[in-house]
Design a protein around this ligand. Sequence first.
Ligand SMILES: Cc1cc2nc3c(=O)[nH]c(=O)nc-3n(C[C@H](O)[C@H](O)[C@H](O)COP(=O)(O)O)c2cc1C
Length: 157
Amino acid sequence: MSTLIAYASKYGFTKTCAEHLAKKLGDQVELCDLGSNQPDLKKYDKVIIGGSIYAGKIRKPVTRFCSENLKDLAEKKLGLFICGMAKEEDAKKQLEASFPRELLSAAAAAKESLGGECNYDKMNFLEKFIMKKITGSSQSQTHIAEDNITRFASQMK
Ligand SMILES: Cc1cc2nc3c(=O)[nH]c(=O)nc-3n(C[C@H](O)[C@H](O)[C@H](O)COP(=O)(O)O)c2cc1C
């Protein structure tokens, strides 16, 4: 059984999480950056979709991919994840708002926030301003939700 991890990332943190998850899943896992590629879903039994959150919304390539492939995706064993600085209940709400109802309810075997990174070196002026407001800090920080990644991987196996 082969697994696809299709993701969209702006500054690379979601890509890092996708690669980390791929290692935990083991063999026959392929990664696809939805920002530059479109996968052929026929090749996979399991599909994991993830993206980072900006101003409450998941990256556009994820939204597009889900809506264009809704029917095919609903027939797979599905995992959905987000990356962002929000935690617990806020992260849960963001996840529920990020994917179509049809995928969240029936099909998804795993749903998690895998963590977030705030790297001021990579951001433009406006983004730095917004992130200082959100996090209340001007220090860069990285949070990889290791337990959530482990749980996600075991639910997808
Ligand atoms: C301008 C801006 C807005 C953001 N808005 C949110 C948000 O609404 N919710 C959240 O959880 N994280 C938010 N974040 C944090 C990003 O989701 C986080 O940095 C994420 O790890 C980025 O992943 P990426 O490098 O894969 O794009 C925001 C970050 C920036 C720079």
